[in-house]
Ligand binder design. Structure first.
Ligand SMILES: Cc1cc2nc3c(=O)[nH]c(=O)nc-3n(C[C@H](O)[C@H](O)[C@H](O)COP(=O)(O)OP(=O)(O)OC[C@H]3O[C@@H](n4cnc5c(N)ncnc54)[C@H](O)[C@@H]3O)c2cc1C
Length: 272
């Protein structure tokens, strides 16, 4: 089984600051990390490989040359090899152009070693759209199964896999035909400590780097800014919520104050 995990380098959003003058992310204010959902995606691939007792795990990223760091991190978790597509032609891509470029790289990887399973994170913690995974599946014409929380019963002879996915009202079990694409939630597994041999391999590993010229049948008008119909209207920091009002006195007093407050705001409820 050949599993490809798509991994994205993202700024650590717990630390990143927003420039109050330009209202844009100050990317220098936070370290770049492997998107946390993608770390779980790689860990799940490792689990599947262990379950089957064989297989190859490739990771794929699109980004600037320094994105090789997230490929090395994935090797540490247990991936076998990694590919980075990096070229000025990819710059300024929205999710449509990103999924196009990644699908072209996946076609090239698949030509050398057919891909059975593609795993993505549920979303990237910076862009946060969750569109890239389903976008890749659509372009490769394979089924996407989103919000997966368990992978089991991989039947190689039948080419099927049993998936449990989270939905608002509970969960759903899906018997999917492979090849297919999954996007995974964090709760699918816990990240294990990397064994020393993986860490040594990662430190020495040189990912394969492809430019746009290394991909076949690429329509350049669908890449980068040119291939991105999304227009960012405005970016702003949401206003800080005002502090709440503390009700004082005994229970009767507090109910009276609450009723007054609610009746002051009654037009808000009427509008619903
Ligand atoms: C007009 C415009 C210009 C932009 N220009 C740039 C730019 O120059 N540079 C830039 O970094 N961003 C740019 N962005 C942001 C870029 O569109 C998103 O970062 C990217 O498309 C991924 O979307 P997302 O973060 O919502 O990912 P999601 O769809 O939330 O990600 C889901 C999953 O898809 C996979 N995935 C997503 N992105 C990648 C990737 N790059 N490599 C491998 N796997 C991936 C991962 O598995 C991830 O967990 C731009 C956006 C717009 C609208």
């Amino acid at each position: 089984m050949h599993i490809v995990v798509c991994v994205k380098q993202v700024p650590d959003t717990k630390i990143i600051k927003i420039n109050p003058k330009t209202n844009t992310l100050d990317r220098r204010s936070a370290p770049a990390i492997l998107n946390p959902y993608d770390a779980h995606a790689v860990q799940e691939a490792v689990k599947i490989k262990k379950m089957l007792g064989k297989g190859t795990i490739s990771v794929l990223s699109m980004g600037p040359p320094q994105a090789t760091a997230v490929i090395k991190k994935s090797i540490e978790i247990g991936a076998d090899r990694g590919f980075l597509i990096s070229d000025r032609a990819f710059a300024g891509a929205d999710t449509l152009a990103t999924s196009y470029a990644l699908s072209k790289a996946l076609e090239r990887i698949s030509k050398e070693n057919p891909v059975d399973l593609i795993i993505c994170g549920k979303h990237a913690i910076d862009g946060d759209t969750g569109q890239v995974g389903p976008g890749i599946a659509r372009r490769l014409d394979i089924p996407p199964v989103t919000n997966v929380i368990e992978v089991s019963e991989l039947n190689e002879s039948e080419s099927t896999v049993l998936l449990k996915r989270k939905i608002t009202s509970g969960y759903e079990l899906i018997l999917a035909q492979v090849p297919c694409l999954l996007t995974v939630e964090k709760e699918i597994n816990s990240i294990e400590y990397s064994p020393m041999p993986n860490m040594i391999k990662a430190a020495r590993y040189e990912p394969v780097i492809w430019s746009v010229n290394d991909l076949e049948d690429v329509d350049r008008t669908q890449l980068g800014l040119k291939g991105s119909p999304t227009i960012v209207g405005k970016m702003f920091t949401p206003p800080k919520p005002e502090g709440g009002k503390r009700l004082e006195g005994n229970a009767d007093d507090q109910v009276k104050q609450l009723m007054e407050l609610l009746s002051d705001k009654k037009e808000l409820f009427a509008a619903q």
